[in-house]
Design a protein around this ligand. Structure first.
Ligand SMILES: [Zn+2]
Length: 74
């Protein structure tokens, strides 16, 4: 199940974060676009690389090495 959801009708569309409305838009697609962006933000984190310790943007828990180290391990 996704953390973010879009609910509404007519000219009122809300983006819900775990059931709580965090933003309201006048069209469904704007709300959907915003929910997409929040979803991506929630997934990405700055982490320290497991191998060299440098900071990089991780796309999820599976992603623990920076781009340079991942290239070297292949
Ligand atoms: Zn590294």
């Amino acid at each position: 199940m996704s953390r973010f959801a879009v609910r509404g009708s007519g000219a009122y569309w809300s983006v819900l974060d775990g059931g709580k409305a965090v933003a309201t838009f006048s069209t469904w697609w704007k709300a959907d676009d915003h929910a997409d962006r929040l979803e991506r933000q929630a997934r990405t984190r700055v982490r320290g690389c497991l191998t060299c310790g440098s900071q990089f943007i991780s796309e999820g828990p599976h992603n623990r090495m920076c781009a340079a180290c991942r290239q070297q391990s292949h």
